[in-house]
Design a protein around this ligand. Structure first.
Ligand code: ASP
Length: 308
C-alpha cells in the first residue's frame, strides 16, 4: 500500500494507488455523511487553518465545509485584517499560527512553490495542503475533476479529454494532466491560443491541437479554462470576441464531440468568453457536480493527512 500523505502540494509523481485511494475515500465519505446532511467526528479536536492570499469562492468554502463535516474546528485567516498586510514575513506568520497548534494549513498563494516552502519551514506536526499556487498546482481540483469524470466514465483507458484555453497560466490544467495521465486516460489534448500554451518543457504531456474544432472531435470530456488575466502582465490579452470565436465552447462545437461529452470548468466561468451560457447551464454541463465533488475530495484529503 502506498504510504499515507502528510502533506499535499502537488499530484505530480503521486502513485496511481494514492490517487485512487483518495477518490475512493471521497465517494465513501460522501455516502457516510449522507451527501452532507450528517456530520462525522473523525477530526474532532483538530484545527484547520484556511490561509488564502488570493481570492477564492469554491475552494475556500469547500475546504471549510469539508473540515466542519469531519468535526474539525476551522479558522479563516483574513489576510486583509492580519499583520501580513503590515509586512509580516510569511514564515513569521506561519510560526505564529503554529504556536497556536494548528493541525493543517490550507494555503493559496500567487507565488508558485509557496506550499512547498511552508512544508520545508513547518513544524513537524503540521500538514500543509495546497489550495492553488501560482500556475504550479491545484491538487484538490485535479482530484475532483478526475472524480467527476470517473463517476460518468470509469473506462479511462478509452477516453479522450480536451483541455482548452489559458493552459499556460493554469494550475488546474497542470494538476488535471497529472491526475488524468496517472489514472491512464488514453489521450489528453491541449488546445488554446499559441501565446497561452505552455512549452513542452513546462508541460511535457498532452497532444497539442491548435484548432479547437479538431481538438474536440469525438472527445469524451472537455475542460474549459478561464482566461487568467491576473497572471498575464506581459502578454497581449486576446480580444474577447475573437477568443470566443476560436476557443469558446458553443453548441456547434459541442456537437463535434462524442455523444454525451462531459462539459467541465473549474470556475469562475466567464460566460460568452470561454463558454456559451446555454452550454454552461446545459444538460451536458458537469460544472456544479464538480463543485459538489470538491467538498468530498477535500474531506478525503483532510482525512488522509489528519486522521489519527
Ligand atoms: N479557481 C481556479 C483556480 O484557482 C481556476 C481559476 O481561477 O481560473 O486556479
Amino acid at each position: 500500500m502506498s504510504p499515507r500523505l502528510r502533506h499535499l502540494t502537488t499530484l505530480e509523481n503521486l502513485p496511481r494507488e494514492t490517487i485512487e485511494r483518495l477518490l475512493d475515500r471521497a465517494e465513501a465519505l460522501r455516502d457516510a455523511c449522507a451527501h452532507g446532511t450528517r456530520k462525522l467526528d473523525v477530526l474532532v479536536g483538530r484545527t484547520v487553518l484556511n490561509l488564502f492570499f488570493e481570492p477564492s469562492t469554491r475552494t475556500r468554502t469547500s475546504f471549510e465545509l469539508a473540515a466542519r463535516r469531519l468535526g474539525a474546528d476551522v479558522i479563516n485567516f483574513d489576510i486583509g485584517l492580519s499583520s501580513t498586510s503590515k509586512g509580516e514575513e510569511l514564515f513569521d506568520t506561519l510560526h505564529t499560527l503554529e504556536a497556536m497548534h494548528m493541525d493543517a494549513i490550507i494555503v493559496r498563494h500567487k507565488q508558485s512553490g509557496t506550499p512547498d516552502e511552508l512544508v520545508r519551514h513547518a513544524m513537524s506536526g503540521v500538514s500543509v495542503i495546497n489550495a492553488g499556487d501560482g500556475n504550479h498546482a491545484h491538487p484538490t481540483q485535479g482530484l475532483l475533476d478526475a472524480l467527476t469524470i470517473r463517476q460518468h466514465r470509469p473506462d479511462f483507458e478509452n477516453l479522450s479529454v480536451v483541455i482548452c484555453g489559458d493552459i499556460k497560466h493554469s494550475r488546474v490544467a497542470r494538476s488535471d494532466i497529472n491526475a488524468l495521465s496517472t489514472l491512464g486516460v488514453k489521450e489528453i489534448r491541449l488546445c488554446g491560443p499559441a501565446e497561452l500554451m505552455p512549452t513542452t518543457e513546462d508541460v511535457p504531456q498532452g497532444r497539442r491541437v491548435d484548432d479547437f474544432d479538431q481538438a474536440i472531435k469525438d472527445a469524451d470530456a472537455v475542460i474549459m479554462l478561464r482566461l487568467q488575466k491576473e497572471r498575464m502582465a506581459s502578454i497581449d490579452l486576446p480580444d474577447e470576441a475573437a477568443y470566443f470565436t476560436h476557443f469558446g465552447l458553443d453548441r456547434r462545437r459541442l456537437a463535434l464531440a462524442a455523444k454525451g461529452c462531459l462539459v467541465m470548468h473549474p470556475g469562475p466561468i466567464n460566460r460568452g468568453i470561454e463558454i456559451a451560457s446555454d452550454i454552461a447551464d446545459g444538460a451536458q454541463s458537469r460544472i456544479l457536480e464538480q463543485v459538489g465533488n470538491g467538498v468530498f475530495v477535500r474531506m478525503a484529503v483532510l482525512n488522509e493527512v489528519l486522521a489519527r
